[in-house]
Ligand binder design. Sequence first.
Ligand SMILES: *Cc1c(COP(=O)(O)O)cnc(C)c1O
Length: 392
Amino acid sequence: MSLSQGRAYLAIPGPSVMPDAVLQAMHRASPNIYEGELHDLTDSLVPDLKQVAMTDGNVAIYIGNGHAAWEAALANVISAGDTVLVLATGRFGIGWGEMAAGLGAKVETIDYGTQDPIDLAQVEELLSQDKDGRIKAVLAVHVDTSTSVKNDIAGLRAVMNSTGHPALLMADCIASLGCDRFEMDAWGVDVMVAGCQKGLMTPAGVSFVWFNEKANETRGDRVTSYWDWQPRVNPDYYFKYFDGTAPTHHLYGLRTALDMIKAEGLDNVFARHEKLAQIVWAAFDAWSTVGPTQLNVKDPAARSHAVTSVGIGSPNGDALRKWCEQHCGLTLGIGLGRTPADAFFRIGHMGHVNAHMIMGALGTIDAGLKALDIAHGEGALAAAAQALAERA
Ligand SMILES: *Cc1c(COP(=O)(O)O)cnc(C)c1O
């Protein structure tokens, strides 16, 4: 017998749980791509995409995943031989840096490991030594999905400003947009990338690059016509938005997802994610009093509100994931980029997620710890319920 029948919860940190309304909006015949509703719908996405990123800058839409947005962002600003500084706090920062190297950049990486955020004082020191502005761009991941470390992007801009360094600040918000507060213009971010399948609650396949005028003027020599962001933000005819056929159904889904975010209110979306994260942490604080379970990030200020990475000792991570999926219909995330991977797991709590889903996930994990005889402190569910009862 399995108790997994019923509505499953895909609690991996992306793709996230999708609202039925988004899927229903996509369930239609292909629209006319030459005129009419699809054109108006696409136009209507642009201001709303700028609003979720809190920018008056530009947004280019690509048919692709987050990696496509990574490459698009870099290709538009990097020239062969340029130096980029990568501030890595997990697998995704490293990956973006590898992509920059593949485009011909010289990549300097400061690797903060798998549990700590960027050390701003160290970055300040390094930038102040770069007197002739060798570093063209600073790459940082807002929330690294492998470690669940959240970086202080506004603080990073502050140290760049205090040293007077002219580099572009490029941020990966693929895991954080629409979950953790991010204010592109107020925080001084020049280029930002995101995908549609995480906080934006739409099936994977569309990604975005937001950029300001400074970034636009920093024209690199690596860009080819398909990845060029200029025609996409300033299309003289519809075809140019996507340099080809539009991702028709994704656009309908995204329209609905953005409508839902608007209806809830972006501040409420951030507050919901924050509260849900606190409920998760409350449970782990109790579990981790006994046995191997540990939240990956010690400082709550450096923890994502969209994903929580947990160390639990090898092979407990894999065992717990399998148990929760097979017996209860809860799919947890793998220990991506960690060694050994089976000593870790992650809980995605991003996007279309509410309190009863989180309570259900935590109850399932509690049962899994017991079923698998993994030592753990008691009282986790009571602590989670208390955190929920004390609603902000
Ligand atoms: C998911 C993710 C990516 C990669 O996105 P894909 O759509 O899988 O290419 C990059 N960076 C971060 C922070 C992510 O969470």
